[in-house]
Design a protein around this ligand. Structure first.
Ligand SMILES: O=C(O)CCC(=O)C(=O)O
Length: 198
């Protein structure tokens, strides 16, 4: 992982831990990058899979580019729940860790019209989600390629309970080479971070 990424994530983790003692400090080993090129978001889900990070280490979510409406289900001690919406803008970070590791969340929509002035071409939202997941080391190709089949996602989300082991994806992936354009996008992204910093 580029050191620029790791530094950004560690900085966010330190701020969150200083604010909330229940938030464990995180030293990320992996990052998942999502690009949202239209208004559609991501379904409600909990981070219950074996590539979501070990123990109660936080998933650190950094937003770049267009703003989004991010949904979170808050749980009270009496187990009542309430869905709230947070608007995330470029540069914002949101962390799920410690007692909130398995909180339900969703990207409810992306607001392509609300974007930083530097984003003149290809308006989009990019999220970097960092995880401390040493158990994924050596299995990156598997997680890069695994495909969801049938109702596996809905079933695992419905059935999983806190205390259960993290869900291991089925061995149904069809390995495919990472395309040259994906590699080029990664390099361009590091270049963009440098531009933003200076
Ligand atoms: O792209 C996002 O902001 C959300 C990603 C997410 O929910 C996840 O990786 O679990």
């Amino acid at each position: 992982m580029p050191t620029e990424f790791t530094e950004l994530a560690i900085r966010s983790s330190q701020v969150a831990s200083a604010y909330d003692a229940d938030m464990p400090a995180c030293s990320p080993s992996h990052v998942l990058i999502n690009k949202y090129s239209n208004a559609a978001g991501l379904l409600w889900h909990r981070d219950i899979y074996s590539n979501d990070g070990d123990g109660d280490m936080p998933v650190i979510n950094l937003s770049i580019g267009a703003s989004s409406c991010f949904g979170v289900t808050l749980l009270s001690p009496d187990k009542t729940s309430q869905r709230v919406v947070v608007e995330l803008h470029s540069g914002d970070a949101i962390l799920f860790g410690g007692p909130s590791s398995f909180i339900e969340h969703a990207v409810l929509g992306v607001e392509l019209g609300k974007k930083p002035t530097w984003m003149t071409e290809d308006p989009c939202r990019i999220s970097l989600t960092f995880r401390e997941a040493p158990s994924v080391s050596g299995r990156e190709e598997f997680f890069r390629n695994f495909k969801i089949k049938g109702n596996w996602f809905q079933r695992t989300q419905t059935e999983w309970r806190e205390g259960d082991p993290l869900v291991e994806p089925e061995e149904n992936n069809e390995p495919e080479a990472v395309s040259a354009s994906v590699r080029a996008a990664g390099k361009a992204f590091v270049g963009l971070l440098h531009k933003l910093d200076h």
